[in-house]
Design a protein around this ligand. Structure first.
Ligand code: ADP
Ligand code: MG
Length: 362
């Protein structure tokens, strides 16, 4: 969700150009052109819409145009229309409906994302698994159907979670699930992929500086007009929106992605809290005494998938995977201990006094 940060927070309201635009649109455009010709007026714009089941905001600080924002949001809707597992008519929905009975034509972007998800599934020993869908559906977390399943239901769903049963055929241009009841769910990686896509499209449209925030998946693009590094906040997982755990100081092209139990959770009839990061080995929400994992990287797709994987794996195995992918990782435990690897330590500063940095750092 929305980060409390200097650069990734809501755009400053009432900038000179916006006020002008409201007063005299023609004049603002002319002035904007004249100023950009002499190279001293970064053109800023921001837009927020609901997409991919979350609040998506794009804040352009330099090089903005309606065309750039239109193209970026069109791409988000396109990704949602292809990749959502929860809406009828998407390609992923078609793959799920055809589970056990055949392959479905799938566009190349979806095939590439599915293959990357399978690589991460392999690298994480199955902690991240794009075929976790039957368990996600069973728990129904985030939907009206959320409930604690009976142990028998979980036992029945577990064999349907099997990354080897997801077949991506590049020459045929298709995807298939091997057995009836299997279910593809790219919810753990699609927002990150979308953030990378938005960054690419903005740059193609001449955007020089922007913050892309897809429900807390934050990516900074280009160079800030003041030429300072970007500063992206990581949310304090114990507080409501707004307070920060700390700040990452990053060059353009970097992303900060957090998986936390606070994103989606519910209280079961048994009084216990259940969250939405499922351990495919047990069928239950991962139970490692963690509240959040943040990944700092260049690929938002990898960072998104890894934040989910690292959460499920826990710090010991998780830090090894972070090292293999060359990314920064910040673990926050429910006792307010914070663990970071070297790469995270180099860019992230813990601000809140309520937490303590644990040693040793891997
Ligand atoms: P959020 O969507 O809240 O930002 P994540 O990026 O961590 O959080 O993704 C969580 C989503 O990923 C879940 O809602 C579910 O769709 C999916 N998911 C849950 N557990 C796993 C898992 N072990 N492997 C892959 N995907 C998962
Ligand atoms: Mg994720």
């Amino acid at each position: 969700m929305s980060m409390a940060a200097t650069d990734s927070g809501p755009a400053a309201r009432g900038s000179r150009s916006r006020r002008l635009e409201r007063l005299a649109p023609g004049l603002a455009a002319t002035l904007g052109l004249a100023l950009s010709l002499v190279g001293c007026a970064p053109r800023a714009m921001d837009r927020t819409e609901l997409a991919l089941g979350t609040v998506c905001s794009i804040r352009v600080l330099d090089g903005a145009s309606e065309a750039a924002l239109d193209a970026a949001f069109a791409r988000l809707r396109d990704i949602e229309a292809t990749m959502s597992a929860n809406a009828p008519g998407t390609v992923v929905d078609a793959v799920n409906r055809a589970a056990g009975s055949g392959a479905v034509a799938a566009p190349s972007d979806l095939r590439a994302l599915a293959r990357r998800a399978l690589e991460l599934a392999e690298a994480s020993g199955g902690a991240f698994d794009p075929t976790v869908g039957p368990l996600v559906a069973l728990w129904g977390i985030g939907f009206d159907t959320e409930r604690v399943p009976a142990p028998g239901e979980i036992a029945a769903a577990l064999p349907l979670v099997d990354r080897r049963g997801l077949v991506v055929d590049e020459s045929a241009g298709t995807m298939a699930l091997a057995r009836a009841g299997m279910r593809l769910d790219l919810g753990g990686i699609a927002k990150g992929y979308a953030a990378d896509e938005v960054a690419r499209i903005l740059t193609e449209h001449g955007v020089k500086a922007a913050v892309v925030d897809l429900g807390g998946n934050v990516k900074v693009v280009g160079r800030k007009p003041d030429r300072k590094p970007w500063r992206v906040g990581i949310q304090n997982p114990f507080s409501d929106r707004g307070e920060r755990l700390g700040l990452a100081t990053l060059p353009g092209g970097y992303t900060v992605v957090t998986s936390g139990v606070y994103e989606r959770h519910f209280r079961g009839d048994d009084g216990a809290e259940y969250h939405h990061l499922i351990d495919p080995a047990t069928g239950y929400p991962a139970d490692g005494g963690l509240v959040s994992v943040t990944v700092i990287a260049e690929s938002s797709m990898d960072a998104d998938g890894l934040s989910t994987a690292l959460f499920v794996m826990g710090p010991e195995r998780g830090f090894a995977l972070a090292e293999a992918y060359g990314v920064g990782a910040v673990y926050v435990r429910d006792d307010k201990g914070v663990l970071m690897n070297e790469r995270a330590r180099a860019v992230f500063e813990l601000e809140s006094g309520a937490f303590r940095l644990e040693a040793p750092v891997p």
